[in-house]
Design a protein around this ligand. Structure first.
Ligand SMILES: Nc1ncnc2c1ncn2[C@@H]1O[C@H](COP(=O)(O)OP(=O)(O)OP(=O)(O)O)[C@@H](O)[C@H]1O
Ligand SMILES: [Mg+2]
Length: 186
């Protein structure tokens, strides 16, 4: 199956996923994440302000703050690039042209080498760590020259068979599913 087909199929599964089931799975994934050494070691953590369809990241943000970790969130730029900006309770947020909540334009970006762990969002994931996102290529571009740790939290509905990834697709280093933790190559 093509990436596009898988993307549409999984989006459909997520649209139809019962909220209680989603919340139950999220609880397991988040707890598992908090038990990993990657989480424990990380001082600066990148994640997105989730859209309704995606895994709710608000509890991860609260936990990071409670452990004095720095949270950084993405801001889209020209040419499908993005950077990350420190997110605190009083960080001014703007709504981007896609309707996404992003840090205000004037804020200074965090350098990518300062980010210890990126929680990489996506639509579908296979066990090798390859992911299918929403199709913008934003994460592929950013991860192409990022050396730190990456993890994705995968709902059961988002787990798919190995698919034909493109040359520019970058696998995540750690996958957390409701059943196990998978450390992919590298
Ligand atoms: N490193 C890169 N440099 C330039 N273009 C890239 C790079 N990586 C991906 N792209 C472009 O981005 C487009 C979308 O890629 P893809 O379908 O894999 O997106 P995705 O992985 O679903 O999105 P995202 O990374 O935002 O979650 C492709 O057309 C590809 O050419
Ligand atoms: Mg990709």
């Amino acid at each position: 199956m093509e990436k596009k087909e898988i993307r549409n199929q999984v989006i459909n599964l997520l649209i139809n996923l019962d909220n209680e089931q989603k919340v139950n799975q999220e609880e397991i994934l988040i707890k598992t994440l908090f038990g990993t050494s990657e989480w424990e070691k990380a001082k600066v953590i990148a994640l997105t302000m989730a859209q309704k369809l995606e895994l709710d990241t608000s509890k991860i943000i609260e936990k990071a703050w409670s452990e004095d970790k720095v949270v950084v969130i993405p801001r889209t730029k020209k040419d499908r690039k993005m950077d990350f900006v420190v997110y605190k309770k009083d960080t001014p947020i703007e709504v981007s042209s896609f309707g996404l909540k992003e840090p205000a334009r004037h804020l200074i970006a965090t350098s990518r080498s300062d980010i210890d762990l990126i929680i990489v969002p996506g639509v579908a994931f296979c066990e090798a760590g390859f992911r299918i996102g929403f199709g913008g290529g934003y994460y592929d571009r950013f991860l192409a020259n990022y050396e730190g740790n990456t993890v994705s939290l995968v709902l059961n509905e988002q787990q798919v068979e190995l698919f034909k990834a493109d040359s520019f697709d970058i696998p995540v280093k750690l996958l957390v599913t409701t059943k196990k933790i998978i450390r992919t190559i590298k």
